[in-house]
Design a protein around this ligand. Structure first.
Ligand code: MTE
Length: 317
């Protein structure tokens, strides 16, 4: 018997429970305290015209999944998570127009020889912009094939003059309640901070994402720059980053703080390790009907499995 899966999962299936639960209490507090009309104040709107700007020159980069069809632009830009702009999958597309992406700088802190700040205009000139077509897998079960534009993340790290003590690197997203209305509500511990082991961040697959589909990064996808690590669940890729901090010890992250038994520090895509409440064995590409099997390390095992040699990936999930 052929069992068809629903093409679109229920919100309760695809939204982390802490966010789903927080949304209900948040909505309750709105109706009791502030009133539904206040959605206007929170910046809820039906989107604003987006300015799409193409890069002049983008060269094909390595590791691209060129045999796979990129997911349609609208699926990737209209469905996603960027909780600073709201808890629903279409909240980022509706609300991220409030983000101001110029001027934009990244500050560098922690285990480095001297504090530094980099401006986005300079970062854009560091290395040739590459197109890398990566398979991406969200922990909630959906996936996409995205033609990213970016430069290797090491281009940033090698300019930071890290000390020998640095073993991990944190990526801090902007958390400005003026531009990001939902940062006023503590359903996550803002700012959104994700982290990688330093050798993971320096792996040639790890990208500093500056755009997609040949264009500058759409605001809802993390403009003007974000982290892209395709062998890990999507939440490891912090959007709209403003700070990089090098540390000696494995740091807590936004998701290990929210639900440590559900979201591990490593979060490598692993079909054999189920999430506490659902299987990770299959995924559904945005825009497709049938599910497909999820691959270990999201299909990038040949490149990255060596980073985890000798580690128990069930314990270090
Ligand atoms: N970064 C920030 N700052 N805030 C977020 O809510 N969501 C994460 C990640 N980065 C998130 C974030 C999650 S859960 C996913 S699946 C991906 O962004 C989604 O990125 P995309 O919309 O570009 O696919």
């Amino acid at each position: 018997m052929l069992i068809l899966h629903r093409p679109d999962p229920l919100p309760s299936e695809i939204t982390p429970p802490e966010v789903y639960g927080a949304r209900r209490s948040f909505l309750r507090s709105l109706s009791v305290g502030i009133g539904a009309a206040s959605f206007g104040l929170l910046g809820e709107s039906h989107g604003a015209p987006v300015e799409r700007v193409r890069f002049d020159t983008v060269t094909p980069g390595p590791f691209s999944a060129v045999d796979e069809k990129p997911t349609p632009y609208t699926s990737v830009t209209e469905y996603g998570n960027f909780y600073e702009f709201g808890p629903d999958k279409d909240s980022p597309a509706r609300n991220a127009h409030r983000l101001r992406t110029r001027p934009w700088t990244i500050s560098v802190e922690g285990e480095i020889r001297r504090p530094k700040t980099f401006a986005i205009e300079d970062i854009l000139k560091w290395a040739p912009l590459e197109e890398r077509i990566y398979r991406m897998r969200c922990v909630e079960g959906w996936s996409a094939v995205i033609p990213w534009v970016g430069i290797p993340l090491t281009e940033l790290i090698k300019r930071c003059e890290v000390t020998g003590n640095a073993k991990f690197v944190e990526f801090w997203s902007l958390a400005d309640p003026e531009q990001m209305p939902y940062v006023r509500f503590p359903f996550l511990d803002w700012p959104y901070i994700e982290a990688l082991r330093l050798d993971e961040a320096m792996h040639p697959l790890a990208l500093l994402g500056l755009g997609m589909y040949g264009e500058h990064m759409p605001k809802q996808n993390g403009a003007p720059l974000r982290v892209v690590v395709p062998w890990k669940y999507g939440f490891k890729g912090a959007k709209s980053i403003v700070k990089v901090r090098f540390v000696e010890k494995q740091p807590p992250t936004v998701w290990t703080k929210a639900a440590p038994d559900e979201y591990g520090f490593y979060s490598n895509v692993n079909p054999d390790v189920p999430h506490k409440r659902w299987s990770q064995s299959h995924e559904r590409r945005l825009g497709e009907f049938f599910r497909r099997k999820t691959q270990p390390f999201n299909g990038y095992g040949d490149q990255v499995a060596g980073l985890y040699a000798g580690m128990d990936l069930r314990k270090n999930f």
